[in-house]
Design a protein around this ligand. Structure first.
Ligand code: ATP
Length: 735
């Protein structure tokens, strides 16, 4: 079997077997490590022996290297070539290479153990960090001694990240009290109450971190002409969405629940033809301790929920990214790569994938079942991508396949050369995949993962029929062609191949059934959720309607009261106004027809409130109309009076008449003068006519003719009723 990676290799694939323990060991060992072939320093092949099942055949898989149960963390670190990956990231001689280190396996097979270690043993992540800081030494800039370091990094960071120094971040997470001890595993990450970062620590500060395995003897070269900054970010893919592990959840205004905002994997302004996770929080770490503390904080945030398969099972795909940024100092000017300003560099991405599992075996329900569905789906796509690597190295990458889910997109998008110009050019990343397997664990799940992750597969060796001695070698030779044995064996091999295919199809069928079950249950949950949401919406709508109606009633009442007050005020003012009018009217009538006993004949009393009459408003019209009627009436009476007087004058001596009338004219003149200031012509006319009438009546009625000689002298005016008018003429008229 050829295990050499092809030109488009996504990964070198290593297999690590975990030691058996009493909890996980569920059955017989089904996996054997083949003895290294001549010239090989380490085993590369394994043989999968299915449990006693006639339909299944033995399969053989090849990997870059196989680590057996007794392999230590240090063995894995050295033999997988993590140091080489880190060297590519530090880029001592050129533009460097991004690196990806990932684990894949059934749940409980040892992925987290390998990558992140335990309380006593460091994992590949911690050892890689140690190697980076140890190798770079004092060339790593510390933000506490380089003010504005994070701002300068931020200016050239393509991921629109929120960059802050480690001290600030760690204080927000752990607080300032270093004596609080670390209690890892006290919560499962979901129940962690998110708190105000600025005031209260959210996590327990680790008091001690594992120091073993020790790699202090190891250093790698770096670029001595550059200065470095190390920036750490962490995120997870949960239910096919990306969440920042270094940012705390935000309280939703609508639901009052703490939620994390999903992030996008997209090209940005500074990275137009390369996708990055945009909007992450990134922490600049000046020392290894700071970096390890940030890692611990992110790990605690990561979603972990217990299942029966593994009580500390990872329910998400965790990404830990170490960006080694560098810039050159030339004559006090800082430059990045290719003479560009700012920082540039490479990153080491460490991925702890969630474990695949069978829903029935893990007895997952509800949300956890949904998670399992998503995890299995993403791992299925990952398997297909890995198969693509095995199938055709020279063919173009199938980007459609890679983009089917977030996990494969994140893992493989940068595995191929991109960028047409020098500025954007980046080397394709180098990847190492460590497949973990429990030789005593779940045969079906393990064999499935091995099938799609192995660099090569060989024709399986038949186990049946028992009448034939079981083949003991992978390169089993056939008897001479044409011999009965040959025919029988080739027929037998065809049957076995068919049996193998049937068995594989059955496994696929089983897997698809599980996937279908899980999807069906997801759909049911979603439908139930939809129904409950609809109910909630109806309730909410009802509540909103009631609130609105109540508010409307209140406002309506307020408005009604306001208008009532206005109307009352208006009514009072109107009444007052009409009272005034009426008074004026009464006085007018009085002055017009009735006799005011105190009235000065020479200077008739000016009616009160004449100014009100002068106001020609709409409200005055009625009064004015009535006044006009009265004036007309008055005129008519005057005319009658005049005709009567003329009739009388015709009966008496015309020579006396002028002398009797002259005082009247004089008084009329005076009366006109008295009202000269009155700007209402109509009113003046009315008064004049009234004066005439009064004077005429007086002159004709009382027979006094010489009174006009004294203007101050008051004359008593006697009221003449209609009846007395004739008598007056008879009794008093001197004519
Ligand atoms: N090589 C090993 N040596 C010793 N113990 C191991 C090894 N591999 C795994 N274990 C132990 O097995 C248990 C499960 O391992 P781990 O949590 O790493 O599994 P996992 O694959 O990450 O599971 P999941 O996908 O559910 O997170 C842990 O207690 C771990 O310490």
């Amino acid at each position: 079997m050829d295990t050499q990676p092809t030109s488009h290799s996504l990964f070198e694939v290593y297999l690590r077997l975990r030691p058996a323990n009493t909890v996980s060991t569920s059955g017989d060992r089904f996996l054997d490590v083949d003895v290294p072939e001549p010239g090989e320093s380490a085993p590369k092949h394994i043989t999968l022996n299915p449990p006693a099942d006639r339909r299944r055949a033995i399969e053989k898989f090849a990997f870059t290297q196989v680590f057996e149960e007794d392999a230590t963390q240090l063995d894995v670190f050295h033999c997988t070539g993590v140091a080489g990956l880190v060297e590519g990231v530090l880029a001592p001689y050129g533009d460097g290479t991004d690196a990806l280190l990932a684990t894949l396996g059934v749940t409980g097979s040892g992925k987290t153990h390998t990558m992140l270690g335990t309380r006593s043993q460091r994992g590949l992540t911690q050892m890689s960090l140690d190697l980076i800081y140890r190798s770079l030494g004092h060339r790593v800039l510390d933000p506490s001694t380089y003010p504005n370091l994070e701002q300068s990094i931020s200016a050239s960071d393509p991921s629109e990240a929120n960059i802050l120094p480690a001290t600030a971040y760690l204080e927000s997470v752990y607080g300032t009290d270093p004596t609080i001890s670390f209690l890892r595993g006290s919560g499962n990450g979901r129940s962690t109450p998110p708190q105000n970062e600025s005031s209260t620590p959210r996590r327990f500060r680790p008091s001690t971190l594992p120091q073993n395995p020790d790699i202090s003897h190891l250093t790698i070269p770096f670029d001595a002409s550059a200065e470095y900054a190390i920036v750490i970010s962490m995120y997870e893919v949960y239910n096919d969405r990306i969440f920042d592990l270094l940012s705390s959840p935000v309280k939703s205004a609508a639901t009052k629940e703490y939620r994390r905002r999903p992030l996008l994997f997209k090209p940005t302004e500074l990275s137009p033809d390369r996708k990055v996770v945009a909007g992450l929080r990134k922490v600049v770490c000046g020392s290894l301790d700071q970096a390890l503390m940030v890692l611990e904080a992110g790990l605690q945030e990561r979603r972990v929920a217990g299942t029966e398969s593994n009580t500390q099972s990872s329910r998400s795909h965790g990404f830990f990214v170490v960006e080694v940024k560098k810039r050159f100092s030339l004559g006090g000017q800082h430059t990045g790569w290719y003479g560009g300003a700012g920082w540039a560099g490479n990153s080491l991405t460490i991925v702890d994938l969630a474990g695949s599992e069978r829903a029935r075996d893990a007895k997952t329900v509800g949300q956890t079942l949904a998670e399992a569905g998503k995890i299995n789906e993403s791992l299925m796509y990952l398997g297909q991508c890995l198969q693509m690597q095995v199938a055709g190295g020279k063919e173009k990458p199938n980007l459609g396949l890679i983009r089917r889910c977030k996990l494969t997109e994140l893992l493989f998008t940068n595995s191929f050369p991109t960028g047409n110009n020098q500025q954007q050019h980046r080397n394709p990343q180098k990847g190492i995949m460590i497949v973990t397997a429990d030789p005593h664990g779940d045969f079906n799940a393990t064999s499935q993962i091995l099938r799609y992750s192995a660099l090569a597969k060989e024709v399986t060796v038949p186990r049946q029929p028992p009448s034939f001695p079981p083949p003991n070698s992978f390169s089993n030779s056939l008897p001479p062609i044409g011999s009965p044995n040959h025919q029988y064996l080739s027929f037998q091999q065809t049957l076995e191949s068919a049996a193998l295919e049937i068995s594989r199809l059955q496994e696929d069928l089983t897997y698809l059934r599980h996937a279908l079950d899980s999807e069906r249950s997801l759909r049911e949950q979603a439908e139930a959720h939809l129904l409950s949401m609809e109910d909630k919406m109806v309730e909410l709508e009802q509540a909103i309607r009631e609130d609105c109606a109540e508010e409307f009633e209140k406002r309506l009442e307020l408005e009604v009261n306001r208008w009532k007050t206005i109307v009352d005020g208006e009514r009072e003012r109107g009444e007052e106004f009409w009272r005034g009018k009426w008074g004026v009217f009464e006085r007018m009538v009085e002055a017009d027809g009735d006799v005011d006993m105190d009235m000065d004949v020479d200077s008739p009393k000016k009616p009160e409130n004449t100014t009100l009459v002068e106001t020609r408003t709409v409200e005055d019209r009625e009064a004015r109309r009535q006044l006009e009627i009265l004036a007309d009436e008055n005129e008519r009476l005057q005319r009658e009076n005049e005709s009567l007087k003329q009739a009388l004058a015709a009966c008496i001596d015309p020579a006396k008449s002028p002398s009797r009338r002259s005082p009247s004219r004089s008084r009329r003149k005076k009366a006109q003068l008295n009202y000269a200031e009155d700007d209402d012509g109509f009113f003046q006319e009315l008064k004049r006519d009234q004066g005439d009438m009064a004077m005429d009546g007086f002159g004709e009625g009382n027979g006094v003719s010489g009174s006009h000689g004294s203007p101050t002298k008051k004359k008593r005016i006697r009221r003449l009723g209609a009846k007395k008018w004739g008598q007056g003429l008879d009794d008093d008229d001197p004519f």
